[in-house]
Design a protein around this ligand. Structure first.
Ligand code: NAD
Length: 270
C-alpha cells in the first residue's frame, strides 16, 4: 500500500482526494494536513468529514506528516507548495503538486527541489486535458501563424488565479508547436483600445462564475474556417484520480520534476 499525506485536507480537492484514497485498493491515507489556525486541526478527520471516528488527527506538523508517508498530494497555494517541495525532497517523499498560480521564481524553486526529490507537477491532472495539450501542440505546428490562437477558459467563482494553469499549459503547448516562447507571444485579458491583433499572438480569456468545474477551448481562427479543440470537466474527481495515479507512478521513479504527460506516457520523445 502507498501511504498518502493530503495537504489542504479540508479544501475542495483535499476532501475529494480523501474520499478517493479511502476507496482505493493500493493507497491508504497516512496524514491529513491543514494550515495553522484551521478549525479542523487536532480533530479526528472522520468526525469533521462526517464519516465517523477513524483515529486520524488532522495536523499542521509537516515533518510528522511526511515521516509516515510515501507521497504527499498537494492542492493548496503557491507559497505552501514551494516550501513543501524542499521539505518533501529532503524527507524522500514524492510530491504531487496540483496547485496553480506559480510565479517564475516559484517554478525555479520547485525545479531546484526536483533535483533531489521526485515531483509531479501539473496545472491539470486529467487524461483528457493532457491529450488536449498534445493535440494543441500538433495542430499549432501544422497550421502556421496565419491561424490566430485564442484560449478561452471558464471556472467557478472561487478560483483566485487567471488564466488557469491549464490555459497556460495549453498556451505553452501551442507556442512549442510554433517554436516560439509563450512569454514572447502571450496576450492576456484585452481591454480598451488594444490596437489590431498582433500576428502570432496567443490570446487568453477567463470566465469566472457559478460552479463551472473547468472548461477550455483552444481556438485556431483562420480566414474562412475555425478549428476549436475543447475540453469540459464536469466532476473534480477527475483531477483527484489523476493526482492519485501520479503519486503511485512516482514511487517507481528517480529524482526529477515530472508532468502528467510523463505519468500518462504522452511525453514527447525527441
Ligand atoms: P481550496 O481553497 O478549496 O483548498 C485549498 C486548501 O489548502 C484549503 O483547505 C486551505 O486551508 C489549505 N491550506 C492553505 N494553506 C495550507 C497550509 N499551510 N498547510 C496545509 N493546508 C493549507 O482550493 P481548491 O479548489 O481545492 O484548489 C487548490 C489549488 O488546486 C488551486 O491552486 C487550484 O487552482 C488547483 N487545482 C488544480 C487542479 C489540477 O488538476 N492541477 C484541479 C483543481 C484545482
Amino acid at each position: 500500500m502507498v501511504r498518502m499525506a493530503v495537504m489542504g485536507a479540508s479544501g475542495r480537492m483535499g476532501q475529494m482526494l480523501i474520499r478517493l484514497i479511502d476507496e482505493s485498493d493500493i493507497a491508504v491515507l497516512a496524514a491529513a494536513v491543514e494550515r495553522e489556525g484551521h478549525p479542523w486541526l487536532g480533530q479526528d478527520l472522520g468526525l469533521v468529514t462526517g464519516t465517523g471516528p477513524r483515529g486520524l488527527i488532522v495536523t499542521a506538523d509537516w515533518a510528522d506528516a511526511l515521516a509516515g508517508a510515501d507521497a504527499v498530494i498537494d492542492f493548496t497555494t503557491p507559497s505552501v507548495s514551494v516550501a513543501l517541495a524542499a521539505q518533501a525532497a529532503s524527507a524522500g517523499v514524492a510530491h504531487v503538486i496540483g496547485t496553480t498560480g506559480f510565479s517564475a521564481e516559484d517554478l525555479e524553486q520547485i525545479a531546484q527541489a526536483g533535483q533531489a526529490g521526485r515531483i509531479v507537477r501539473a496545472g491539470n491532472m486529467s487524461l483528457g486535458v493532457n491529450l488536449l495539450v498534445t493535440l494543441t501542440r500538433q495542430v499549432a505546428a501544422a497550421l502556421g501563424s496565419e491561424y490566430d490562437i485564442e484560449i478561452v477558459e471558464a471556472h467557478h467563482r472561487h478560483k483566485v488565479d487567471a488564466p488557469s494553469g491549464t490555459a497556460l499549459m495549453l498556451g505553452a503547448a501551442a507556442a512549442e508547436g510554433r517554436d516560439v516562447r509563450l512569454e514572447d507571444v502571450a496576450d492576456r485579458g484585452r481591454d480598451g483600445i488594444t490596437g489590431a491583433r498582433e500576428e502570432g499572438a496567443i490570446g487568453f480569456h477567463a470566465i469566472r462564475g457559478g460552479d463551472y468545474v473547468g472548461e477550455h477551448d483552444v481556438i485556431f481562427a483562420g480566414d474562412g474556417e475555425r478549428i476549436v479543440l475543447r475540453h469540459v470537466a464536469s466532476d473534480r474527481a477527475l483531477f483527484a484520480r489523476g493526482a492519485l495515479r501520479a503519486a503511485i507512478w512516482a514511487q517507481t521513479q528517480g529524482p526529477g520534476e515530472y508532468s502528467m504527460l510523463d505519468v500518462l506516457g504522452l511525453a514527447r520523445r525527441d
